[in-house]
Ligand binder design. Structure first.
Ligand code: NAP
Ligand code: GDD
Length: 384
């Protein structure tokens, strides 16, 4: 009998990797998707099979975090062995524009799901997608013991959801785990998060399709890891003897400035910075002659747009992964440099250019056989 998992947020970056991973482990996967007037299933199309087919193990159900009735219905009828709650309004900058909606979906949506589980009386294991953003202004490195100091409506909603998961564990004996994940990225990252925005800009500039990249705070530092590694940790947490909360990150931290420099540098474009504050600009210092048609030394390719500033910023996130190391034998396998190369390779190819290929090789050599990274798990999915 296949184990059954319910994944909310299955159409997102993490949900899509997690679904592939669970299918490869032999699970039947049920995903919650939102009704939209445009396709929002692009990240999972490659693993979707006609539900009428006897071998189908991925099933999608319409629902929304605001709809407690549908959540109760799904929990009761699917009776999942494991629930991975990933759905959320996950964009920090957007949460300042939509604080109430963010609180309702990211915060209360969690309570609706937890209540559906409690009232159904089923025995299940529950993963809560908690976030390093909850640490906010707490100085790095941040561990499971660091007090939260949320600096955005998103972070405040995640702190609420974190404590609800803890309360259902302590109050009702639910096997609930908080994964406090630091930033994790991939070729499937949403285009408005800073890593993907930068790697797409590199590719589009070299393809002659973009002249400038507008960014906000260049000094903020983040602990950036590779998303496929992190979804494996979600599963690992739910498959321990006891429920617990874990910080997951790389233990290293880089600024947005570092990210920009490395992404361009990988493709042979050296960036230099001039000016200060809102007047700061990134210029091409030197460029591989191959790209001379698109970029020339002296071109101002990066400018600051205050629209991307946040009313309250999180200056530095850097994980202390001691607990995950000790209890889950966690060791991150992809470095920041490798992550940047993976994402640039993917976006360069998507822009119709030949990738350098070092990032693709990293994925292959380290065994991250996920679709759209030039190799596929689909064989493993069929065999499981
Ligand atoms: P993502 O790409 O933005 O995906 C979010 C998912 O939630 C999408 O499937 C989205 O559906 C769904 N969703 C949003 N609002 C919903 C609603 N009202 N009802 C039902 N579904 C809804 O996020 P991600 O990067 O995969 O992150 C997954 C989770 O981990 C999120 O909870 C995020 O806050 C948390 N997290 C992420 C990171 C990170 O660095 N990626 C770090 C820590 C924690 P649509 O596709 O229809 O929009
Ligand atoms: N998005 C964006 N766009 N961020 C920018 C830009 C820009 O143009 N310019 C500078 N930044 C800075 C932001 O101010 C922030 O300090 C940093 O880049 C990272 O921003 P995001 O990539 O949007 O990610 P985030 O750290 O705010 O949030 C992500 O990570 C959290 C975990 O710490 C999201 O995935 C959250 O859902 C997640 O919980």
């Amino acid at each position: 009998m296949h184990k059954r998992a319910l994944v909310t947020g299955i159409t997102g970056q993490d949900g899509s990797y997690l679904a592939e991973f669970l299918l490869s482990k032999g699970y039947t996967v049920h995903g919650l998707i939102r009704r939209a007037s445009t396709f929002n299933t692009g990240r999972i199309e490659h693993i979707y099979a006609d539900p009428h087919a006897p071998e189908a193990r991925l099933f999608l159900h319409y629902g929304d975090l605001s709809d407690s009735g549908q959540m109760a219905n799904l929990i009761f009828n699917i009776r999942p062995d494991e629930v991975y709650h990933l759905a959320a309004q996950s964009h920090v900058r957007v949460s300042f524009d939509m604080p109430e909606y963010t609180g309702d979906s990211t915060g209360l949506g969690t309570t609706r799901l937890l209540e559906a589980i409690r009232r159904s009386g089923i025995k299940t294991r529950y993963y809560q997608a908690s976030s390093s953003e909850m640490f906010g202004a707490a100085p790095p490195p941040q561990s499971e013991k660091t007090p939260f100091y949320p600096r955005s409506p998103y972070a405040a909603a995640k702190v609420y959801a974190y404590w609800m998961a803890v309360n259902y564990r302590e109050g009702y004996g639910l096997f609930a785990c908080n994964g406090i994940l630091f930033n994790h990225e991939s070729p499937r990252r949403g285009e408005t998060f800073v890593t993907r925005k930068v790697t797409r800009a590199v590719a589009n500039m070299l393809a002659g399709r973009q002249k400038k990249l507008y960014l906000g705070n260049l000094d903020a530092k983040r602990d950036w890891g590779f998303a496929p590694e992190y979804v494996e940790m979600m599963w690992l947490m739910l498959n321990q003897d006891e429920p617990d909360d874990f910080v997951v990150g790389t233990g290293t931290s880089y600024s947005i400035r570092d990210l920009v420099e490395r992404a361009f540098d990988y493709m042979g474009v050296e960036v230099e910075w001039q000016g200060e504050g809102r007047e700061e600009r990134g210029l091409v210092r030197s460029v591989n002659p191959k790209w001379r048609g698109a970029l020339s030394p002296g071109n101002a390719i990066i400018e600051i747009d205050p629209r991307y500033f946040r009313p309250t910023e999180v200056a530095c996130l850097q994980a202390d992964i001691g607990k995950a190391r000790e209890k889950l034998s966690w060791e991150p396998r992809v470095t920041f440099d490798e992550l940047v190369k993976i994402m640039v390779d993917y976006d360069v190819r998507a822009a119709g250019l030949a990738p350098i290929g070092e990032g693709i090789s990293v994925c292959q050599s380290k065994g991250f056989c996920y679709t759209n990274h030039d190799f596929s798990l689909s064989e493993a999915i069929r065999e499981a």
